[in-house]
Design a binder for this molecule. Structure first.
Ligand code: MF3
Ligand code: CO
Length: 243
């Protein structure tokens, strides 16, 4: 799981380096596929439930599952990359939102808060803690900043499949199972945060989720292992991973 996720992290690094005004989003799909060829891994999303690309590339009000396309990035846009690979039967899954050139202070705040909400969720990952502590931590950071967390999509367990139990909502709701975290579990925690409403619509392509009010949205995701004394963020480089 660690090796798979470190390869995934390197691909996100390559994508992030290529972000600039004037770049077509299909270029990122080409980078993602080329990285997978070089690393001899399979892109996890390509063909999953019929998803037609290796990469999810979501711009501005697109929340998740955006298609790479002929769209050209412009200064002030934000672009979310979500990428997973399969290495020796194990899945990686990680996402981050990147600024295109200079962005508005509100867009910058959305990115920073969404990343902080993920970090808060991760900080709650310890054996003996409840899964809903993770959800509550994410929600608290996002909502106290005046933003909203998308409810339609959730994080998930991950391992030999991309989507395993349990579901990991970014909010608490009555009736959530009382799941206790145990060493060896791996959680893909992925807050999707909107600057406006948490309601989303799916575009006619059947995949792209956009905020109903067209407000900006950001998405950060890490795959995190529960260890004996805390957690390890698998989708970070080794020197940064132990927390
Ligand atoms: N990170 C996304 C998720 O966990 C990746 C799935 S995209 C799909 O749902 F296209 F493969 F569905
Ligand atoms: Co995921």
């Amino acid at each position: 799981m660690r090796e798979a996720n470190q390869l995934g992290c390197r691909i996100l690094d390559e994508l992030e380096k290529a972000v600039a005004p004037g770049v077509k989003t299909m270029f990122f799909e080409e980078i993602a596929r080329e990285c997978c060829r070089e690393m001899k891994v399979r892109p996890a999303f390509l063909g999953y439930m019929g998803y037609p690309f290796a990469l999810c590339c979501s711009v501005n009000e697109e929340v998740v599952h955006g298609f790479p396309s002929e769209r050209i990035l412009k200064e002030g846009d934000i672009v979310s990359f979500d990428m997973g690979v399969v290495f020796e039967g194990f899945y990686s899954d990680s996402a981050r939102t990147v600024a295109v050139g200079k962005i508005s202070p509100e867009a910058r705040r959305l990115l920073d808060v969404t990343r902080a909400s993920l970090e808060a969720g991760i900080a709650a990952v310890k054996p003996g803690k409840f899964l809903k502590d993770v959800s509550a931590a994410v929600q608290q950071v996002a909502e106290s900043a005046g933003f909203s967390v998308v409810r339609r999509f959730v994080g998930h367990g991950i391992g030999r499949n991309m989507h395993e139990k349990p579901e990991i909502p970014n909010f608490v709701a009555p009736g959530l199972p009382e799941l206790v975290l145990q060493p060896g579990m791996v959680l893909a925690i992925e807050p999707m945060v909107s600057a406006g409403t948490y309601e989303v619509d799916i575009l006619a392509d059947g995949w792209t989720a956009v905020t109903r009010d067209k407000s900006l949205a950001a998405h950060y995701e890490h795959s995190v292992a529960v260890t004996h004394d805390g957690h390890e963020i698998l989708s970070l480089p080794p020197e940064a991973a132990i927390a």
